[in-house]
Design a protein around this ligand. Structure first.
Ligand SMILES: C[S@@+](CC[C@H](N)C(=O)[O-])C[C@H]1O[C@@H](n2cnc3c(N)ncnc32)[C@H](O)[C@@H]1O
Length: 293
């Protein structure tokens, strides 16, 4: 199957309106790409140099007429049309294009993330075979890497784990391979739930060890260990819910936070958690801690 792809150069202040306009015009997917051509979820529209020279990719059904589409977009935007390129791409290319640099990578001492089409460089290590499909989470992004390193450093044996915003399922599956007894993943995106299920199967995780839910269906049952890589805004607004999902004495790692947003997120969790020092990687930070009893 092929798709019509429109790549538009944007500035952060245009992003939200343009995304809505493209969706109104029938885009089946709109992805924000950062300066390194990696997809970003829910970009911070107010700040960040990572996001200041970037573009947006919109995919439409292949039979969409690009001239008519662009004319409609121009109309919706009061005559203004951002700089753009139009191309027809094959499905396979679309899924894979941003993954060209996805190679086996080690996180912490024991854990390797291995693209499912590669062989494991260290067969005796903890190898997570991953095909993210259309979901976020390969470990190439610093926000995921910060969580993987944290998980690798935990003693997870026999623990229950919750992955809030599971994307490809990478964090939950890493936790299970590192010894967690049971994991729950939740995501607002059903494609992420599908990818997580496929990746769990790929790694021989028995179905009963990994449950997946949309957030509205997630049982409000606290876990020993919770990871949430979903950006600062939702982490702050979801703080009461995420806190309640961590057992007293349980551990929490939050990611998807830019360095300048760390204080705001720490403030939302500092009453309920004994927080560790903030860890950072390439402008992103991880906030972790133990829930006070
Ligand atoms: C940055 S990705 C993280 C994926 C994966 N956990 C990782 O660490 O690579 C964020 C994921 O959270 C999901 N998400 C965003 N907001 C959410 C929310 N309020 N509740 C649940 N999932 C959410 C997105 O659909 C996306 O799959």
């Amino acid at each position: 199957m092929s798709w019509l792809q429109i790549r538009l150069a944007i500035t952060p202040d245009q992003a939200e309106a343009l995304e809505n306009q493209l969706l109104d015009l029938g885009a089946v997917s709109v992805t924000f790409m950062d300066a390194e051509d990696q997809p970003i979820f829910e970009p911070d529209l107010n700040t960040t140099p990572l996001w200041s020279h970037t573009h947006l990719l919109a995919l439409f059904e292949a039979d969409t007429d690009p001239d008519s589409l662009l004319a409609h977009l121009q109309l919706l935007r009061g005559g203004e049309l951002p700089e753009h390129q139009v191309e027809v791409i094959e499905d396979q290319d679309w899924e894979r294009s941003w993954m060209d640099n996805f190679q086996p990578m080690r996180f912490g001492r024991r854990l390797w993330i291995v693209p499912s089409w590669h062989s494991a460089p260290e067969p005796d290590a903890v190898n997570l075979l991953l095909d993210p499909g259309l979901a976020f989470g390969t470990g190439t992004h610093p926000t995921t890497a910060l969580c993987l390193e944290w998980l690798d450093a935990q003693s997870l044996h026999g623990q229950s784990l919750l992955d809030f915003g599971c994307g490809s399922g990478i964090l939950a599956i890493a936790g299970l391979l590192l010894g967690a007894e049971h994991a729950v993943g939740t995501d607002i995106d059903t494609q992420a739930l599908d990818a997580s299920r496929d990746n769990a199967e790929r790694n021989g995780i028995a179905e009963e060890r990994f449950a997946l839910y949309l957030p509205e269906a997630l049982p409000e049952e606290p876990a020993d260990v919770v990871v949430a890589n979903i950006l600062a805004g939702p982490l702050v607004s979801l703080a009461p819910r995420i806190t309640a999902l961590v057992k007293p004495g349980g551990r929490l790692a939050l990611s998807g936070i830019l360095a300048e947003q760390a204080e705001e997120v720490r403030a939302a969790y500092s009453e309920a958690f004994e927080l560790d020092p903030t860890a950072d990687k390439d402008g992103w930070v991880r906030i972790s801690g133990i829930r006070r009893a």
